[in-house]
Design a protein around this ligand. Sequence first.
Ligand code: UDP
Ligand code: MG
Length: 136
Amino acid sequence: MSEAEQTLSIIKPDAVERNLTEKIKDIFTQNNLKIKDSKKIHITKDEAAEFYKVHQAKPFYNELCSYLSSGPIVAMILEGKDAVILNRKIMGATDPKNAEDNTIRKLFGISIDKNSVHGSDSAENAKKEIDFFFKN
Ligand code: UDP
Ligand code: MG
C-alpha cells in the first residue's frame, strides 16, 4: 500500500487576479489531489525572495520575486499518492508554450513568468515549502 504524500502548490497573482482559483482547485481534486489546507495571502518581496532563494543566482530572480509579491496568491497543501510528481504533471511545463494540452499552464498560463502556478519539485522541498507557508 502506498503512502499519501504532500506537496505545496501556489496559485500565482496572474491566476488569482483572473478569478481562476476555483477552476484550478477543481483540476487538483479531479486528479486525485486533496486540498488539505489553503490560504490566500499577499506576501512581501522579502518573503518572496526567501521562498525563491534557490533561484537567487538566476537572471530572472529579481523579477520573479517582484512578481510573486505583486498581488494576492493562494498557497495550498495538496495530498495524494505521488503528490509531488502528480502535481508537476497537472501543472505542465514551466513555459506555457511547451506545456501539454489540458495542463494548468497550457490552459491558463500567459508567459514563462506569469505561468499561473507553482509546485514543489521534490518531497524534500515540499516539506520546506509547506513549512514556509503553514508553520505557526
Ligand atoms: N521563470 C522565469 N523565467 C525563466 C525561468 C523561470 O520567469 O526563464 C520563473 C517562472 O515563473 C517559474 C519560476 O521562475 O515558474 C521558477 O522557475 P523553475 O525553473 O523552478 O520552474 P517551475 O518549477 O516553476 O516549473
Ligand atoms: Mg521550480
